[in-house]
Design a protein around this ligand. Structure first.
Ligand code: ADP
Ligand code: 5GP
Length: 229
């Protein structure tokens, strides 16, 4: 955990990123964004990635929405008041922020910027607006993945089966789903989540390949120079 006094400096625990997934060279971390219409499965995929890949940490957003049963402050979100959120916006403390479902959500800067330099990868569960803003600001560090459901009927079944929302909230989410899906072309990768294992394997492969990008491997210049001497 970072030794910064800001409450937004902490992240989910993850190991150091300088020797990620068998890489021997130092590399810069990346910002791995997962977005989807609600119910398509991004939380399921994100949780599995965090559990199985020890080199990626969750970027914990701040939000003004009320905590849901089972959520933990500082883990799922930093739950803050609208006034505190506005103060952070005014102080330029967010990398991006947006209004979603009538509440404000934002990515605190503090936790991510230093980590990227150290080779730490971050996972973002943010919507298309945040994804667009991060891409505009930090294009070279950002990888955007959009998860689609196999069908609208299956999306409804998953939202109902999850058992976390009232019928009214489910119909609001279904109404919004089409609008969210319309932003599919603002992503670098689109993966259909039909079979969860297949989908998860694809997402993991994207992450593995993106880690190997030449421009992220900051140790390459010295390594190649040595090879050529
Ligand atoms: P999101 O975070 O996108 O809102 P969740 O990850 O909460 O979606 O998934 C919604 C529901 O669908 C959950 O109950 C989850 O267990 C289930 N689910 C996720 N992926 C699949 C899949 N490939 N097949 C069947 N059910 C799935
Ligand atoms: P929920 O309230 O269901 O946790 O999230 C609602 C929506 O807000 C989801 O689409 C989620 O991806 C998005 N979201 C969560 N955190 C952020 C954030 O920091 N920035 C942006 N732009 N969207 C976020």
């Amino acid at each position: 955990m970072a030794s910064n006094t800001s409450p937004f400096a902490s992240t989910q625990p993850a190991s150091a990123g300088s020797d990620v997934a068998g890489d021997v060279l130092h590399r810069r971390g990346l910002m791995f964004i997962l977005s989807s219409p609600s119910g398509a499965g991004k939380t399921t995929i994100a949780r599995r990635l965090l559990a199985e890949d020890g080199h990626v940490a969750m970027s914990v957003s701040a939000t003004t929405r009320p905590m849901r049963p089972g959520e933990v402050d500082g883990v799922d979100y930093h739950f803050i008041t609208p006034e505190a959120f506005e103060r952070m916006v005014a102080a330029g403390e967010f990398l991006e922020w947006a209004h979603v479902f009538g509440h404000s959500y934002g990515t605190p800067k503090a936790q991510v910027k230093a980590g990227l330099r150290e080779g730490q990868d971050y996972l973002f569960d943010i919507d298309w607006q945040g994804s667009q803003q991060l891409h505009q600001k930090l294009e070279r560090d950002v990888v955007r993945v959009f998860i689609l459901p196999p069908s609208i009927d299956e999306l409804r079944r998953r939202l109902t089966g999850r058992g976390t929302d009232s019928p009214q909230v489910i119909s609001q989410r279904m109404e919004r789903a089409r609008a969210e899906i319309s932003h599919w072309d603002g992503y670098d990768y689109v993966v259909v989540n039909d079979d969860i294992d297949v989908c998860f394997a694809k997402v993991s492969q994207i992450l593995a390949a993106e880690r190997m990008r030449r421009t992220r491997q900051t140790g390459l210049i010295d390594f190649v120079r040595d090879l050529m001497e």
